[in-house]
Design a protein around this ligand. Structure first.
Ligand code: GLN
Length: 457
């Protein structure tokens, strides 16, 4: 069989190709001269498969799409609080090059408008770097997101620098508020080099996929930034990535995104896919006209809106049965799917409602593919309470989807590879709490809900 995904991409590109509305960016002569007919779209999955259609290997400058990545580097290199002290996270509802700062603090409103992006550029890398080393850090960081070494287009850089009066004005304002402490000219120079990094649509899809994959580049497997940084970046992309069209985008498309004035556009769908499009003609907000249409199409065809409500967790409990009788009776709860808070709550309710009297209780997670942290804590507390109620509890977990299965004080859990081992108990490996009831030994943050009940004997 041939994959239908490239066919689909061909078809959606054909659907928007005829739209010649909008204009290439006029304020950067090199961009104004770009071929406006270029058109490309690419998907990169969180496990590294790339699908493309159209001019996916044509290079163009990254422009503002560098902003979320430079912000990620700043957060990673300096920490969240020092960055927040200098750059806000409020949507500005303003154009990308608006000359505005928060009236009380002088902070740029967010890192996606130029004022915030100029500041973020100065925060990438350590505090002691000079302007050249800072640019090196940024280019190396962008390359790590893309999974290949990227280079600066000197012609585009020079072309923008010759007309950079507005960014210089912003940088001088930032300097006057001591938001940046370096020479404004050098900052604009470095930021403009950052914007002049050459990428292809394929690169951009991979950069977006690195965000979608929690900061790990799917090709190189490098952890470029950590998951907490990615969450911060995706949140800001979702609220501010499309400038004064951000609300419209959030409702119509609903994918954390960022546009650039060379015509690139990226979207990162957490846990699934990085998407990139390229088409140089821009709308009045500076967003690619056909890029926006393509993303609208992707969302409506494939339900990619991040606020799309997923099916409820009802199906987490696949079955709840009793095997054997008397002393040999075993209650078996078979769970399935991915378990998060709501799924774990369904399991709690199932156990509470069935009030097991059998000596043994088995939680079978062989068909579960993931258990997040809150679900893990809740399920282990179920185990602990069942132990305290006098049951022997088993976890059938051949793939070890339950990380660190220690139920804590007074809990006892035997982890086995299959149901047969649970029914013949001598063959499992027991994980039991080493401490007596009433002494909480679980580190905070790991502790399961409501530890007091049952332990304060
Ligand atoms: N280098 C451009 C600028 O600062 C980037 C703007 C953009 O892509 N929206 O004006």
């Amino acid at each position: 069989m041939r994959s239908m995904i490239p066919d689909y991409l061909d078809e959606v590109l054909a659907g928007v190709r005829a739209d010649a509305s909008g204009q290439t960016a006029s304020y950067i002569p090199e961009l104004a001269a770009a071929d406006p007919e270029r058109l490309a779209a690419a998907f990169a999955t969180a496990d590294g498969e790339v699908y493309g259609s159209g001019d996916v290997d044509v290079e163009f400058t990254i422009q503002s799409i560098s902003k979320p990545f430079a912000y990620a580097l700043a957060l990673s290199d300096r920490g969240v609080e020092p960055v927040l002290a200098k750059i806000g996270v409020e949507p500005s509802g303003e154009a990308f090059n608006e000359i505005s700062l928060e009236s009380d603090t002088g902070r740029p409103r967010n890192p996606m408008i130029n004022a915030g992006a100029l500041t973020a550029h100065t925060l990438a890398g350590g505090a002691r770097l000079d302007a050249g080393e800072r640019v090196e850090r940024v280019v190396e960081g962008l390359s790590a997101f893309a999974g290949r070494p990227l280079e600066i287009d000197e012609a585009v850089w020079a072309s923008e620098m010759a007309h950079a009066h507005r960014n210089l004005a912003i940088a001088h304002m930032l300097r006057s508020h001591a938001i940046i402490t370096e020479d404004p000219m050098g900052v604009v120079d470095g930021y403009t080099r950052q914007c002049s990094v050459l990428v292809t649509t394929r690169d951009l899809a991979m950069m977006a996929a690195t965000l979608a994959n929690g900061g790990v580049n799917p090709l190189t497997n490098e952890q470029v930034v950590d998951a907490a940084v990615v969450r911060q970046v995706l949140s800001v992309m979702a609220t501010c990535g499309m400038y004064d069209a951000a609300g419209d985008w959030a409702t119509r498309v609903g994918i954390p995104a960022k546009s650039g004035v060379a015509g690139g556009l990226i979207g990162a769908l957490p846990g699934q896919v990085g998407i990139a499009t390229f088409s140089p003609r821009l709308d009045v907000h500076g967003n690619s006209v056909r890029g926006v249409s393509l993303f609208e199409r992707f969302t409506s065809d494939m339900g990619m809106h991040v606020m799309e409500v997923p099916p409820p967790a009802r199906a987490v409990v696949r079955s709840n049965k009793v095997r054997g009788e008397g002393d040999a009776a075993t209650r078996i709860l078979r769970l399935q799917g991915g378990i998060r808070f709501a799924g774990a709550e369904r399991v709690v309710r199932e156990v509470v409602d069935s009030a097991p009297t059998e000596p043994r209780v088995v939680l079978d997670v062989s068909l579960v593919h993931s258990i997040d942290d809150v679900a893990r804590r809740i399920l282990l507390e179920v185990v602990r309470r069942l132990t305290l109620d006098g049951h022997d509890v088993y976890l059938v977990d051949p793939e070890r989807v339950m990380p660190d299965p220690d139920p804590g004080d007074g809990g006892r859990l035997t982890v086995v590879d299959d149901l047969q081992h649970a029914l013949q108990p001598e063959r499992g490996s027991a994980v039991s709490a080493q401490h007596v009831l009433g002494e909480s030994q679980i580190p905070s943050g790991q502790s399961a809900v409501d530890h007091d009940r049952g332990t304060s004997g």
